[in-house]
Unconditional design. Sequence first.
Length: 380
Amino acid sequence: MALPRRNFLAAAAATALVPPAIAALPKDRGPAVINALGGLFDPNQPAEDESGAEVAGTPRTPIERRVIEDALASGTIAINNTLGYVAGPMDPFEFTVSEIATWDWRIRHHSDRLLKVLTAGDILRARAEGKLGIIYGFQNALMMGDRVARADLFSDLGVRVFQLTYNVANPVGDGAMAPQNRGLTPFGRQLVERLNANRVMVDLSHSGERTCLDAARLSKAPISINHTGCRALTDLPRNKTDEELRLVASRGGFVGIYFMPFLNPRSVATAEDVVRHIDHAVNVCGEDHVGIGTDGGTTAIANMVRYRTHIRKQIADRKAAGIGAAGENPDTLPFVEELQGPDQFRTLAGLLRERGYREGRIEKILSLNFLRYARTVWGG
């Protein structure tokens, strides 16, 4: 059920406190990482459907063992894994239900290494058991059709993160690339209330500014922006204004910084750009509300020339489908080259130390802040 207002205010006031059970994460395997938006895929075998623009179905195939082991070797204990409809010609509802079934099958197939996350406690359990927690998340709301009650269905199927829009407008509100910058629609307001009632995270990544501000003000539970950058540093629509960041944090929410080209005006981001955006977000939001949502995986690319050829086609396909973002160009890479592979988070932690960040703050950014936020929304 929805959080009563007095409980929400109490949760928001307590955001500087880390629950004891969360602070007690074992450290014998290095710093734990929760990726607020990531993925389990092998970039060395790129599929034509990575953009979500052309895919017609999801094959029921296992995940490559190396991909899982790379994620675990990176210190990752949980990933918000995008599934369901993003864009393309398929039926949004049917495709989304099919993908949920496929991922349920994959988790059963890899039950020794993967664990489906329904509560914050499941993330702690994954860490204790040496497994990777898989959080089911959406990046669009088109699978809802015009039926707000479908939020109940998807919650029952285990979806725990619901991003309201992708880059363009949908029946819920405007995305980051929608020129009108309209806010939540009446249907969007109903959906936010229904997601609150089901204790599902409301994610405003990819949203337009007014949609984000409307949702943050309306929601009875804290909301998140799971993968973004700071527009004050790089003025691109996929990044969030200080007003958005500050409002989300002031209401107890979470902001994840991505490893994406939009962190740099030239659309070629460096590790230093990631650190700058994290630092700005911490200054705006406070150190208890910032984490990481890389928007990428943890398996390194072996053949960059081949991969760049694939990415150029993917960016062209995204532009043709109308879902590309400002800042994407033929030379864009959807990651930071210095932050690839299983060592990416250890490299980032080292750069944050050089910036003067103490270990406690680094742990918050890598995992504890998302855990705190997850416990507020999901329980457990």
